[in-house]
Design a protein around this ligand. Structure first.
Ligand SMILES: *[C@@H]1O[C@H](CO)[C@@H](O)[C@H](O)[C@H]1NC(C)=O
Ligand SMILES: *[C@@H]1O[C@H](CO)[C@@H](O)[C@H](O)[C@H]1NC(C)=O
Ligand SMILES: *[C@@H]1O[C@H](CO)[C@@H](O)[C@H](O)[C@H]1NC(C)=O
Ligand SMILES: *[C@@H]1O[C@H](CO)[C@@H](O)[C@H](O)[C@H]1NC(C)=O
Length: 490
């Protein structure tokens, strides 16, 4: 997540970064709850730079593993490609892998992405300057995983012939797919859940994400959407009216400070906009204790406050919007604190640092809004501006086209054995792979009632049928990959 000072300057560029990081933040907090799974923690020594011969530094990558069900005579390895965050978070939120490990007699392995959690190549100095942080790239991370897996298999008795299946959600899903594409000799297949591998310049239109958020809200009525669509102008008008209207906003939304500067207005709007974006992503069918304590189908709860057309009465619209915001930020009185600081730091766990840099180097993802096809305030996208801003902040030259060149590209038929699962409620599916390539064993799975990588989470009695179906199909396909792998080995 782009830090608040940067956010002002990088509004468009950061939006998507913000969103990915928010998922992360949400998952981070979930991980703070007691993990349902047990594992051992270890560290593996890896080169800081896999691609040159000048820097010979090494670092310690953290990984988690469990061999309770593993058939130590070549049983499979289910490998999670750590993404932006503390790896324990992903271990706690990827129930599917734990469930599969029993049936498949598999080892469960979670590797932490460099520059996150405890896997810091240069300790305290990791983010000091471009010379230190410059090794934070997806390809270095993939090389970490490839080298790690190779060495682990060699040094673990019974694992030498163990086939490895890669898993990941969101950016982790992108890594899983790329892992299979780059290292097919190490990874027999990948489950890439809610992986926006196509969310890049010139491939996915910048308005995609925000259109889908709006569509997810529209399930609960046009008035819900229209109230939000009109709310931004009302906020601006109230701000322009002067102090009594500004105080009205502060009091109605229970903010810690007045909306009395253009910066305060912008941060107020982005605080609200962030809530709508997050909640669409976590439109899960059961209550969940994430960043906020949320009910089942949280978008429905938010929209229940916005059922009438309130937009002709600014005050009523703001009052209802505040109720809707409370439903997200303070569901069943879960907010700790007396008021909302819209410019407050939300990244208590330090994922922002790493993702900000990635979003400004390789992961430049276009984001815009027009207030017509979507309900956000209109905001244009300029690659040029973003690239300039990023270069200024980090002193490096962003490579917005590198991901599409370096990895699968648009025509992914050169790869094989990848499952791309997508929830249609999840705004990220706009940048996902939605079609299958049958003769390549690349299978797209669409879950009309799925939110952000719901299929990777543990089974739940409230899971929609399409999500249950997705898990069954994923399991069946993975078994086929394993059968093939064992056939070739014998
Ligand atoms: C809102 O205002 C528009 C145009 O001024 C009017 O046509 C419409 O009937 C009003 N709606 C409500 C619910 O008052
Ligand atoms: C959270 O909800 C409770 C119960 O409705 C309310 O008393 C409290 O003021 C709310 N907190 C904030 C920050 O609005
Ligand atoms: C809000 O958070 C910012 C950033 O953490 C901090 O500087 C500011 O003092 C906070 N404001 C209030 C009113 O708590
Ligand atoms: C696809 O999977 C089937 C069944 O496992 C296998 O026979 C076939 O060789 C695979 N094709 C490719 C291109 O990997």
């Amino acid at each position: 997540m782009i830090s608040k000072t940067l956010k002002m300057r990088l509004v468009c560029a950061s939006l998507l970064a913000l969103l990915l990081a928010d998922t992360y933040a949400i998952e981070q907090l979930a991980a703070k709850e007691k993990s349902a799974y047990s594992y051992k923690t270890a560290f593996h020594t890896l080169p800081v730079d896999h691609f040159g011969f000048t820097n010979t530094d090494t670092y310690q990558m953290r990984y988690l593993y469990n061999t309770d069900y593993w058939d130590s005579n070549g049983g499979p390895i289910l490998f999670y490609c750590g993404n932006e965050g503390n790896i324990e978070t992903f271990a706690a939120n990827t129930g599917l892998m734990w469930e599969l490990s029993k049936d498949m007699k598999a080892m469960v392995l979670f590797a932490e992405h460099r520059y996150y959690g405890l896997s810091m190549p240069y300790g305290q100095d990791s983010f000091k300057d471009a010379a230190h942080v410059g090794y934070l790239t997806s390809e270095q991370a993939l090389a970490d995983y490839a080298v790690f897996l190779t060495q682990l298999k060699k040094s673990t008795s019974g694992a030498e012939n163990s086939p490895v299946v890669a898993f990941g959600g969101s950016y982790g899903g992108m890594l899983a797919a790329w892992m299979r594409a780059k290292y097919p000799q190490i990874i027999i297949g990948a489950l890439a859940a809610s992986a926006p591998v196509l969310q890049f310049e010139g491939v996915t239109p910048c308005e995609s994400y925000n259109k889908i958020v709006t569509k997810t809200f529209a399930r609960y009525g046009d008035n819900c959407v229209e109230n939000i669509r009109q709310s931004w102008q009302v906020m601006t008008d109230m701000y322009n009216m002067g102090s009594s209207a500004q105080t009205f906003l502060k009091e109605t939304f229970n903010l810690c400070s007045d909306v009395s500067s253009s910066e305060a207005l912008a941060s107020f709007k982005s605080w609200i906009a962030g809530a709508w974006s997050n909640i669409a992503m976590v439109e899960y069918p059961y209550p969940a204790d994430f960043l906020q304590h949320l009910p089942a189908w949280p978008v429905k709860t938010v929209c229940s406050k916005l059922q009438q057309p309130y937009w002709n009465d600014s005050k009523v619209l703001m009052q209802q919007l505040a109720l809707a915001a409370q439903a997200y930020f303070n569901y069943s009185n879960s907010f700790v604190g007396t008021c909302y600081n819209t410019s407050g730091e939300t990244d208590t766990l330090g994922a922002d640092k790493g993702w900000n840099f990635q979003a400004c180097t390789e992961m430049v993802m276009p984001m815009c809004a027009d207030n017509t096809q979507d309900f956000y305030e209109a905001q244009s996208w300029s690659l040029e501006t973003t690239v300039k801003e990023c270069a200024k902040i980090y002193g490096v030259s962003p490579q917005p086209y590198w991901v599409m060149t370096n990895y699968l590209g648009v025509d992914i038929s050169g790869a094989s054995n990848i499952i791309f699962s997508n929830g249609l409620l999840d705004p990220w599916h706009g940048g996902g792979v939605l079609r299958s390539y049958d003769d390549r064993n690349i299978t797209a799975i669409i879950m009309p009632n799925g939110a952000h990588h719901l299929d990777l989470r543990a089974s739940n009695h409230a899971d929609p049928d399409d999500v249950r179906g997705a898990r069954l199909l994923e399991t069946k396909i993975i078994y086929e990959w394993l059968a093939d792998a064992y056939r070739y080995k014998n």
